[in-house]
Design a protein around this ligand. Sequence first.
Ligand code: ADP
Ligand code: MG
Length: 232
Amino acid sequence: TEELLRNSEKQRVIGELAAGVAHEIRNPLTALRGFVQLFQQGSAGHPSYYQVMLDELDRINFIVSELLLLAKPQAVHLQERDLTVLLRNVLMLVDTQAIMNNVQILTEFEEGLPLIVCEENQLKQVFINLLKNAIEAMPEGGDVKVQVRRQDEDHLLIRVTDKGCGIPEDLIPRLGEPFYTTKEKGTGLGLMVSYKIIQYHQGEIEIESGPDGTTIDVILPVELTGAVAEIG
Ligand code: ADP
Ligand code: MG
């Protein structure tokens, strides 16, 4: 029964997502069609049209691949990992974006933390999402802090703090919803995917936000208990 429930929940979520994606990619497709028609009518078009078309295609590609990550059952490889090593790898990935945006990422990692059981690539995805959001929230640049410490005997706490624009309080409950975004080029998929992944890891995400910035806590158990469903 549990598996049946899980499957129907999964189908419901994917159904909702499919509806959202259809909506989300219709605009860039309409734009692309317009350009093709223009060319068909013999118009050479302005060279900048090509860049617009490429950007629109990239956007569709990005949305679809972020979605696939969620919809497709991943081959799950739960392994013991050092969270601080994992985070340092993530920091390398987002470093260029941080530098380009005048953002400095400061770390405070407690030493001697236990290894945690996790699906490494999925967890990386979560922290990439959180750090990208932190950077994007600070268009003027500034500091983002990443802290890792023991929360209690069986849990670790990862805290990402930015001094960015903040999230209006009434919007916080909507953050797990697909396609909720306040960004011109946002997808609104990052946090939803992150919630899913942390849920799978039997952890929690807590968000505190105000006009002075945002603090996101991810609390992860060191061990996973019971049978673990596939992600998605
Ligand atoms: P996206 O980044 O593509 O918009 P997300 O799911 O990652 O999608 O985030 C959804 C929305 O949540 C963002 O558009 C933004 O409004 C808000 N948000 C998330 N993180 C932050 C943050 N650190 N500071 C301010 N707003 C945030
Ligand atoms: Mg995001």
